[in-house]
Design a binder for this molecule. Sequence first.
Ligand code: HEM
Length: 353
Amino acid sequence: METPDHEEIPPGEDALIARLVEQNLALLDASTRPVRRGQHPKHHGCVHAEFVVEPDLDAELRHGLFARPGSYPTVIRFSNGAAFDDRKGDAHGMALKLFDVPGEKLLGEGDTHDFVLIDHPVFFAADVAGYVALFEALLGAKQSVLPKLAFFLPRFLAEMGHVYLTHLHKHPHELSIMLAMIAKHPDSPLAIRYWSTTPYCLGPHAVKWAVQPHEALLKPFDTPNSADKLRLTLTRQLAAGEAAFDFMVQLRNDPASMPVEDPTREWDAQRSPWRKLATLRIPRQRPDTPELMSFCEQLSFNPWRCRPEHRPLGGVNRARKSIYQALSERRHELNAGTSAEPSLSEFKKLWAE
Ligand code: HEM
């Protein structure tokens, strides 16, 4: 039975989420300092921007943050999904934290509001059960003797071979998404499109978010052959000029073909075209000073840090609430830091210097 909030919660999901929290905590690599995120550990710079809500939105889009025109100072953390060498294929993240957003939030108190996006329109797990099965195959691969027998292969490939044999060969749709996600080789974090993949609320509507770059603003550069090529390009492009993204929304207008509980399925843009809600303006700046890099390292993003009108929807999002929270708390504890939200004045001081 679908709830009025568009969701259909399968029995037993809470227990699976609790298991995932424990498994993710157990996998956190505490051997280095600072302890990094369990996923998306490497970031490319700490960018400041202005999130400017469109002045004349259609009435049906005017909810929550988008109820009236406004402008919010924003920090952006661009990241790799897993790789530490930017030349390797990977998924890429763009996490936004808006400051000075008034009103109640679904997580914590304060005036910040997060959006978490990646450079692929769909996610590789349909639901929590599917994610757990895949995650357990990955854990099994780490413990299995199979990768050790395949000593002639890089460890990653040997482990993925194990995951394929034990899980993914039975799930070709997930496999094809995963392969497409990790095959991306962008030249600049400012020149790619990012999607939420999972749905959220826009008032009464179920929607997905995306951002698309204003590529014409970007100064072209020869891509450096470096493990840090994304940070280097970001820094060069923002030294040379400004950048921008359109923040877009897609409304769910056909429940049969646009599931809330399955982010492996893309919603058809012909049936429901993407519509602009805001512009993310990125001024000329230097995003990679040691102080800014460390500031972004310490930040925590969570899709649930949002106004209730933008509540995350679907099983994958339900799982992320406690997983991201637990991982962030453990990481900050080990780093002897605070997981409290930063203040805008703290951040402004860093970019003013
Ligand atoms: C059940 C599914 C998922 C799990 C278990 C998961 C797990 C995680 C974890 C543990 C972190 C690090 C949190 C921290 O230490 O602060 C993370 C970060 C991140 N995840 Fe997920 N994730 C899931 C789904 C997704 C989806 C659907 C997206 C698509 C947008 C996504 C995009 C990201 C990004 C961009 C970051 C980095 C955020 C930052 O810059 O701090 N994740 N995820």
